[in-house]
Design a protein around this ligand. Structure first.
Ligand code: IMP
Ligand code: MG
Length: 204
């Protein structure tokens, strides 16, 4: 359940002294989230399941909001009805101020809801080595005994995988490059707010 990115035309945007190559624009993200919402509706709500979406702070914030809002809309094309999507959050950090995973996963905020016996969908910005999700599942999710546990990752760097973990729902498969925007940051602060995903080429 994913989509390849890729186009031959390069678009570079200049923002606050950064040069960033556009990888996935806003419209594509929106379209893809509509499809993911349709799939989740089929897999859960149509079967009478009411999953709890767990937003992994802070990178997944925009993805979580766009997805859960989309589930609050109807899609007349697919006969999807609006639902009240339940949610919570957990804070995890593995990059810190670096462009590479530290290998350690720091809990920055505890799981905000009780997931025992619940169908859970973790909403994550990106799967790279798989370190964060592998360790988080083992340490913070499985011990809480959810009925089921799946992952939705907006982005998937398939070639970066070190741990054998897959997301049930993937927005876009992307090349093994450092990306920013749509929640993903550089140095914990920069460029998180871009409403699209890009590859930083030049920094100020
Ligand atoms: P993993 O633990 O190697 O799978 O990496 C996943 C975590 O690292 C994600 O939750 C992100 O927060 C962060 N991350 C991975 N790749 C990138 C990137 O290209 N840009 C910004 N953050 C990233
Ligand atoms: Mg993250």
């Amino acid at each position: 359940m994913s989509k390849e990115t890729g186009s031959n035309q390069k678009e570079i945007r200049e923002i606050s002294g950064f040069s960033i190559e556009v990888l996935i624009d806003e419209v594509k993200i929106r379209e893809r989230l509509v499809i993911i919402a349709d799939q989740i509706y089929e897999d859960y709500y149509k079967k009478g399941k009411n999953p709890i979406f767990i937003c992994v702070l802070r990178g997944a914030e925009p993805t979580y909001i766009w997805l859960t809002q989309e589930l609050g809309r109807e899609n007349p094309k697919t006969d999807r009805k609006p639902v009240s999507a339940h949610g919570g959050h957990i804070g995890l950090s593995s990059y810190g101020k670096s462009k590479n995973s530290s290998g350690r996963v720091k809990l920055t905020s505890r799981l905000s809801v009780d997931i025992e016996g619940e169908d859970v969908i973790i909403v994550e910005d990106i799967l790279d080595s798989g370190n964060t999700m592998t360790k988080a599942r083992k340490k913070y999710f499985f011990p809480k005994k959810p009925k089921s546990l799946e992952i939705f990752a907006l982005l998937d760097k398939v070639d970066g995988r070190v741990f054998p973990i897959e997301a049930k729902y993937v927005g876009f498969k992307i090349p093994n490059k450092f990306v920013v925007g749509f929640g993903l940051d550089l140095n914990e602060t920069e460029l998180r707010n871009l409403p699209w995903v890009g590859v930083p080429l030049l920094e100020p």
